[in-house]
Design a protein around this ligand. Structure first.
Ligand SMILES: Nc1ncnc2c1ncn2[C@@H]1O[C@H](COP(=O)(O)OP(=O)(O)O)[C@@H](O)[C@H]1O
Ligand SMILES: [Mg+2]
Length: 335
């Protein structure tokens, strides 16, 4: 996006290293580097689709952004309206204010609804926790949110198990919307649903995005869905964002050899020639035993000497310029 605008949320070199314990004394043997220096800027009203294979750190990134877990290092700053402000040190009421603005939805919302509580009561409780003291206002907000996701008001008297997976996801979205957030982080929220229901939910999110101007981070392993919902697509590999570019420039504009390989494995992204398909060699390295230099260097078809020793950082693409960043030594002369 336009670099002269200030972002809603800025992520600088975020790291999350989980200790690996071993032996009978349960000493720390090493660290799983789930996130290893992620940079990202999220602008108002944009949807960033985050893609990457299982285990590359997508959920961990979402959890860090929602402050559900503490990063090992790095900066998180959010604009509450008066410019970017560090949020990693927020406590008490300030942290609650942040939690209202940035909400996360998970793959299985069943686990986030209390099975013994009617869904309407659950939504009411969330609003009370967020300090909406007036009952009439809570009711209005819940009704509005349900209307936005096409849930009939009488359904609010039901229990979570009485809904289908798709309906539960719509309720989870409504519960978020009722608090009037500015950023929703949706983590694989359609992955467990039937394809037709997936399309319904994805189109619903697009509609909400258009109507409310909210920002979304939409985590998915489905490249086609990412391209459809995202304004920009961020590609992750082993705890890093390796490329971020406008969704409508895909697949042609992709530069990082990993993105190219990932896209070429999707038939709809590669309609032309079968022989263009890039088959990656070897396994994804373990995040406990990360290669030095570029994390992709062990599998990269274009690997150079420098890639094995020096980690490339995310820089503006030297080819497409503007709104396209790539972390690759092939991106020569970039700033
Ligand atoms: N609580 C945890 N403790 C230890 N390792 C974890 C924990 N959570 C995630 N990981 C590891 O961090 C890496 C990234 O995981 P995750 O963020 O769930 O990836 P994704 O959502 O992209 O599949 C994986 O190697 C995973 O095993
Ligand atoms: Mg995940």
């Amino acid at each position: 996006m336009n670099s002269t605008r200030t972002p809603l949320y800025k992520v600088g070199q975020i790291k999350k290293h989980f200790p690996v314990l071993g032996g009978i004394l349960r000493r720390t043997k090493g660290y799983v580097k789930a996130l290893d220096g992620v940079d990202l800027e999220i602008f108002r009203g944009e949807t960033i689709a985050v893609i990457g294979e299982s285990g590359c750190g997508k959920t961990t990134l979402g959890r860090m952004l929602a402050l559900l877990d503490k990063p090992t290092g790095g900066e998180l700053s959010f604009d509450f309206g008066q410019g970017l402000q560090d949020v990693t040190t927020l406590r008490g009421a300030d942290q609650m204010r942040f939690r209202k603005k940035v909400q996360m939805i998970f793959q299985d919302p069943y686990t986030s609804f209390n099975p013994r509580q009617r869904v309407g009561a659950a939504m009411d409780e969330v609003l009370r926790v967020h300090g909406v003291k007036d009952e009439a206002e809570r009711t209005v907000r819940i009704m509005e949110a349900c209307e936005m996701v096409n849930i009939r008001p009488e359904y609010l008297q039901r229990y979570p198990h009485e809904f289908s997976g798709g309906q539960r996801q719509r309720l989870a979205i409504a519960r978020c919307l009722a608090t009037k957030p500015e950023l929703i982080i949706a983590d694989e929220i359609v992955s467990a649903l039937d394809v037709s229901i997936q399309a319904q939910i994805v189109n619903l999110l697009l509609k909400i995005q258009r109507e409310t101007g909210l920002s979304f981070i939409f985590v998915t392993h489905d490249v086609a869905v990412a391209r459809y919902v995202g304004h920009r697509v961020a590609v992750m590999y082993l705890g890093n964002v390796v490329e971020i570019l406008p969704a409508d420039s895909l697949p042609e504009a992709a530069e990082h050899p990993y993105t190219i390989a990932l896209l070429s494995a999707v038939p709809s992204m590669n309609p032309t020639a079968k022989e263009q398909r890039v088959v990656l060699q070897g396994e994804v390295p373990s995040p406990i035993d990360m290669p030095s230099g570029c994390a992709f260097s062990t599998r990269c078809p274009a690997v150079m000497d420098i890639c094995r020793t020096e980690r490339p950082v995310l820089k503006i693409s030297n080819i497409s310029k503007g709104d396209h960043q790539v972390a690759c030594h092939l991106n020569k002369g970039a700033k």
